[in-house]
Design a protein around this ligand. Structure first.
Ligand code: SF4
Length: 367
């Protein structure tokens, strides 16, 4: 298998039409002829805690002008499924009728901070066999304003009421690095001090191992945190469940991480979805620790027991095996967390997000 022959080598389809009002920086609003203060217009668009009746309070003149140059429609929340653990899975309809999903996860103990799990594409080209979204194929990229718009729509509905209380993880529908240009613009918009003002330390982009994207993102400024969905310890096994490994194998992936060049305060996160009988032996733990090498310490290794769903025949290992796998890694010097996915009872956990034929029967996401 060579670079150039896989679905993710082709650009994903794009939505046609006017740019979203939420995809424009203040200087771009000014260049388009904003009749008032472009910075103030940007501020009113990007701060949902200042909105009235679920929409930005723009004034009629600015609103009329903006409607002529940009699309003022945000992703629309059409379904909410609260989970017993406090998380809420949301389905959002885009302007062209396509549907994405996001998960709102408040911290459990009196703490106003909230984590959002977000989508970057409608569907996904990567075809991981354990993932509900992977079975959809790729429908299209989200535009920058849609990526940001899902944050604003969820904030307006469920809070929190300030950007600094948010942590964002791109672990929902899609391979974020397959939509890197739009994702990066959205991230820069999210960090704008007149908008949400979210620091890069609170945004994590999770990739399935798209090495070309990792190498591009490594050079971009600002740069979010990187997470890698690893999930196997031999090329044979990884290629079986994650087709991206047939092009960029484990050795090439490790090389890309070495070249990432960690900056002060940055950490890498490794996600490992535990699949019963597939990747949960002591030999796997041994190989995983060896592959991580000097990244074993000081970085996060999250073990995620498989969230079972109808689109995959993989099953979750028993509790004793999960604990044993964690212990084997700890004994080899790894810093391990067993991550209990939030929203499991509403199919909102990792690997469960997917839009099915009618409603979202399944859900998207990588570890
Ligand atoms: S695990 Fe992630 S990269 Fe793989 S198919 Fe699912 S959404 Fe795409």
């Amino acid at each position: 298998m060579t670079v150039g022959s896989m679905p993710w080598d082709r650009p994903a389809p794009e939505r046609a039409g006017l740019p979203s009002a939420w995809s424009l920086f203040p200087e771009e609003l000014a260049a388009l002829g904003c009749p008032g203060s472009a910075l103030e217009t940007f501020r009113r668009l990007h701060r949902p805690w200042t909105w009235k009746d679920g929409a930005p309070d723009l004034g009629s003149g600015i609103r009329r002008w903006l409607e002529g140059v940009a699309d003022l429609r945000l992703p629309r929340i059409v379904e909410q499924q609260p989970s017993a653990d406090g998380a809420t899975k949301l389905a959002l309809d885009l302007a062209d009728g396509k549907r994405i999903e996001a998960v709102h996860m408040p911290r459990k103990v009196r703490n106003p901070r909230v984590t959002y799990c977000l989508s970057s594409q409608v569907g996904c080209a990567m075809g991981c066999t354990f993932c509900a979204t992977g079975s959809m194929g790729i429908l299209r990229n989200l535009q920058p304003g849609e990526i940001l718009g899902q944050v604003l729509a969820v904030m307006a509905e469920l809070g929190p009421d300030r950007g600094h209380l948010l942590t964002l993880v791109f672990m929902g529908m899609g391979e974020p690095l397959h939509n890197l240009e739009h994702l990066h613009r959205a991230i820069r918009l999210m960090g704008h001090p007149a908008g949400l003002g979210i620091g890069m330390g609170r945004i994590t982009v999770s990739t399935s191992g798209l090495v070309s994207g990792i190498e591009k993102l490594a050079k971009l400024e600002p740069r979010p945190m990187l997470a890698l969905s690893l999930n196997a310890t031999t090329d044979e096994a990884r290629s079986r469940t994650m087709p991206v490994n047939r092009v960029w194998d484990l050795a090439r992936l490790r090389q890309a991480l070495d070249a990432w060049g960690l900056k002060r305060g940055e950490k890498l996160t490794f996600e490992y979805v535990l699949l019963a009988g597939e990747n949960d032996t002591e030999a796997d733990a041994e190989r995983l620790a060896a592959w991580l090498g000097d990244l074993r310490r000081g970085h996060n290794l999250n073990l995620i027991p498989m969230n079972e769903h109808d689109a995959s025949s993989f099953r979750q290992p028993g509790e004793a095996r999960v604990q044993a796998f964690s212990d084997w890694l700890k004994a080899r010097g790894c810093f391990v967390t067993v991550r209990r996915s939030r929203g499991r009872d509403v199919q909102g956990a990792c690997g469960q997000l997917v839009k099915g034929k009618d409603l979202h029967e399944r859900r998207i996401s990588h570890g």
